[in-house]
Design a binder for this molecule. Structure first.
Ligand SMILES: [Zn+2]
Length: 454
């Protein structure tokens, strides 16, 4: 089962030649959705696509009128991304749904692939899950990527009609459980394979623009300059120092744009994109206020002006204790240790939770020091197999009996000894799957991903 998951993840990774480059609402993401739709149909699930291209495969329960139980994640990636972020939750989630559907269950079980979770292309992520929950902004469809293509046009090129802003595509699932690679080291540090997430941190995108004076690199004395890039550089270092002053904060400058750049011209305008995260909403407010102070000091020191705006903001979200309890019970090992696992990465589960849907998350340990958003991202086959079994049990219990009653918010499971997969075996699986894409997907031939609103 884990072997098939790794094989499919490699197939997705190889779209476009690898590393993974599947921007939201791109043809590459569409190709991944087409493949996943084929795998869902192959597993006997009822496949549907909504107005923004979210994909769901359903195994109807005996009482289809009851709220549905969904798992899933996203299939888009950051530039030069890895194999597991998002895709693991869809591909392994499909395995869990396929296993769970073999048993009688009252509620319909589904696996969903959300669109454009990463937000790298249009600047704001969670597009598919926000659309599902009716949280698209009124002007959002007119936001453009770097090449000037709007979301509206990108959707049209995928033959999807634009959704009505602010509308909610009913019915929403009654429960959502997202399986995801950890993208950190808290599990690996404790030699644990799985973790149940208690909370997802608050986060915001801050855009800071520094303005100076454009001037000649040779003719302008070093003491007479108003260099916007120097102000931005001071800010980058200051933001880093600020975030290091509190363990509840993280701040990253991963984007810096010099307008009309030239090596012999002093920069007059520089835009800095800051990703700010904190354990609580109040803490995030303090961090953002601190970043503004740093920007002010950095600009003043060099005689520059500055302005800052929040590009996006997501509140801290707690996972539903009963869903977490169901996951903990499904992990069900005596040696399990409840700990408060925190996700420093944003996930679609946070969007559904904020919309009032009971949501939980199951983390799988990441290898290679937790590296993610990188082709180096990895996870062990044994851990993935354990995650599928746990998710299968949790979905079955949730589909049969609804939510658990416990109050546990976090739970981890110890990896059994001797479960390390043979590295060479996995590499062989990767290699044998590299040519799969060229063969096309016969199940999808003639399948019209037309528009079935969820
Ligand atoms: Zn992800």
């Amino acid at each position: 089962m884990a072997g098939r998951v790794l094989h499919r993840l490699e197939t997705l990774f190889s779209i476009g030649g690898g590393p993974a480059n599947r921007p939201g609402l791109s043809l590459a993401e569409q190709r991944a959705h087409d493949l996943a739709a084929g795998w869902m149909a192959e597993a006997g699930l009822e496949v549907a696509v909504d107005a923004v291209g979210n994909l769901v495969g359903r195994a109807p329960g005996s009482s289809p009128e009851l709220p549905e139980v969904w798992t899933g994640s996203h299939l888009d990636t950051v530039p030069d991304g890895g194999r597991f972020d998002g895709a693991l939750g869809v591909v392994a989630g499909l395995e869990a749904v396929t296993a769970a559907r073999a048993r009688a269950h009252a509620r319909t079980i589904g696996v969903v692939a959300f669109r454009d979770e990463e937000g790298c292309r249009f600047g704001q992520g969670y597009f598919g899950s926000r659309a599902l929950c009716g949280r698209l902004g009124p002007a959002e469809l007119d936001m453009c990527d770097a090449s000037g293509t709007s979301i509206r046009r990108a959707l049209a090129s995928l033959r999807l009609p634009p959704p009505l802003p602010g509308s909610s595509m009913q019915p929403l699932p009654g429960v959502f459980v997202e399986l995801h690679i950890e993208q950190g080291t808290s599990l690996a540090d404790r030699d644990l394979a799985l973790g149940v997430v208690g909370e997802i941190v608050a986060m915001a995108g801050l855009t800071v623009r520094f303005s100076g004076e454009r001037a000649h690199a040779g003719g302008t004395a070093m003491t007479q300059r108003r260099d916007a890039l120097i102000a931005a550089a001071r800010f980058v270092l200051g933001a880093h120092s600020l975030a290091r002053s509190d363990t509840a904060w993280r701040a990253t400058v991963g984007e810096l744009t010099v307008h009309r750049p030239a090596s012999n011209v002093i920069a007059d305008e520089v835009t800095v994109g800051v990703d700010a995260r904190a354990r609580s909403d109040e803490s995030l407010d303090r961090l953002v206020a601190g970043l503004r102070e740093v920007a002010d000091g950095s600009a003043r020191q060099g005689g520059c002006a500055w302005e800052a705006s929040l590009a996006w903001q997501e509140p801290a979200v707690s996972m539903n204790p009963s869903v977490s309890q169901a996951l903990a019970e499904a992990a069900g090992e005596p040696a399990a240790q409840p700990i408060a696992a925190t996700s420093w990465a944003g996930h679609d589960a946070a969007i559904l939770a904020a919309a009032g849907i009971p949501a939980g998350m199951l983390f799988v340990r990441a290898g290679r020091a937790g590296v993610s958003h990188s082709p180096q991202e990895t996870a062990d086959a044994a851990d993935i197999a354990m995650a599928i079994e746990t998710l299968d049990r949790a979905l079955t219990n949730l589909a049969d009996g609804g939510l658990g009653s416990g109050q546990a918010t976090a739970h981890l499971r110890v990896r059994p000894t001797g479960s390390q997969p043979a590295r060479s075996g996995r590499q062989a699986k990767y290699q044998c799957s590299m040519s799969k894409l060229d063969r096309g997907c016969p199940i999808l031939a003639g399948w019209n991903p037309a528009i079935l609103v969820l």
